[in-house]
Ligand binder design. Structure first.
Ligand SMILES: [Zn+2]
Ligand SMILES: [Zn+2]
Length: 360
């Protein structure tokens, strides 16, 4: 594609981490002018994903400071480039984890650009023009239209924001394993956080029997009465684990703390599938016996393509699936980070970037 280097003259107010203390402070920076393939978005809301904390603190050693996190972005289109026919001014749109990919490789050509070798993320990535990408903790975003999705009218913009990362992360494994429009199956969801609670909502919308597997008994009531789960297993209770032996067709593991897969695999029926979407920082214990003796499969999945993200958004519109959130102001981001580290959140913080909530 033609590469003209756009000028970065648009001044943006945002919030960034400047060093590995991870402290988020107000930060002014520039974005590119709206190019022919771009849409400019006035950001209304941005969800806080645990990934943001890892980047802010340079946990993975790859952070380019200053980093403006945020990849669960919703807002309104305020400008479109001349090549853009998908979106117009005033449209409700969202941007998730990706800002660019090579557009030419096998993954890109088959609408799996999330697996492109050269995929660039919405923040801490390098865009086609060589500039470092800055995310949604800011009042405005310029995005290539191929990395923007439409938000259905009936979804509230705040509760839709986390769907762009958390939602599509749990949706894609269900889609890939033919759980949409299939017969009723027994689905297990390990972990009841931002990902887990959305997984329950999708699985119930698709008509399945849902078992939540959690370390804390205290979450049982909420899982069943509020989120609609059918069954609940405390993973540290061997009797409970044993009583559900070979009962599940499919398990989605959303836990990012280190844990052994062995006991969970025993919950799967023969030929059952176990999909990992949580990302523990150490290798996981994967014993061979439950795999061999049960002909079971373990695999991973990372977010989804833009096409899948749009499909997920449309399904959320149809079934009224949205994230349970706590709205905060930009000045409360650091406090929210502390609470996320203590697991004190139901189920996602969303930053009210444009100050909408206070005007209601
Ligand atoms: Zn995320
Ligand atoms: Zn590619």
């Amino acid at each position: 594609m033609a590469k003209t280097t756009p000028k970065h003259t648009q001044v943006v107010s945002g919030w960034a981490a400047l060093d590995s203390s991870g402290k988020i402070t107000p930060y002014t920076f520039n974005r590119r002018e709206n190019g022919v393939n771009d849409v400019t978005i006035k950001i209304l809301y941005c969800g806080i994903c645990h990934t943001d904390l890892h980047y802010a603190k340079n946990d993975w050693g790859i952070t380019m400071y200053p980093v403006v996190p945020g990849h669960e972005i919703t807002g309104i289109v305020v400008q479109v480039g001349s090549n853009v026919s998908h979106f117009k001014t005033g449209d409700k749109v969202g941007v998730g984890c990706m800002s660019a990919s090579c557009l030419q490789c096998e993954s890109c050509k088959t609408s799996e650009e999330n697996y492109c070798d050269k995929v660039q993320f919405t923040y801490n990535g390098v865009f086609w023009d060589g500039s470092i990408t800055y995310g949604g903790y800011s009042n405005m975003l310029v995005a290539d239209y191929r990395f923007v999705v439409a938000i259905p009218n009936n979804l509230p913009m705040d509760r839709a924001a986390p769907l762009l990362c958390a939602g599509v992360t749990v949706f894609c494994p269900m889609k890939d394993n033919n759980l949409i429009g299939s017969q009723r199956q027994n689905i297990g969801v390990i972990g009841l956080g931002g990902l887990g609670h959305l997984a329950i909502k999708f699985a119930k919308a698709f008509g399945h029997h849902v078992t939540v597997i959690s370390t804390s008994l205290s979450k049982e009531k909420e899982a069943k009465t509020k989120l609609g789960a059918d069954d609940f297993i405390v993973s540290s209770n061997p009797q409970q684990m044993k009583s559900r032996h070979r009962s599940l067709d499919f398990i989605l593991d959303t836990v990012s703390a280190n844990h052994s897969l062995g006991p969970y695999l025993e919950l799967l029926k023969i030929k059952g599938t176990f999909v990992i979407v949580g990302a523990p920082d150490k290798p996981m214990d994967l014993p061979s016996f439950p795999l061999i003796f049960g002909k079971r499969t373990v695999k991973g999945s990372m977010i989804g393509s833009i096409k899948e993200t749009q499909e997920m958004m449309d399904i959320c519109g149809k079934f009224n699936i949205m994230c349970d959130i706590e709205i905060i102001t930009p000045h409360q981001i650091n406090e929210a980070y502390e609470r996320i580290e203590k697991n004190d959140i139901k189920y996602r913080f969303v930053i009210d970037i444009a100050g909408q909530s206070s005007k209601l």
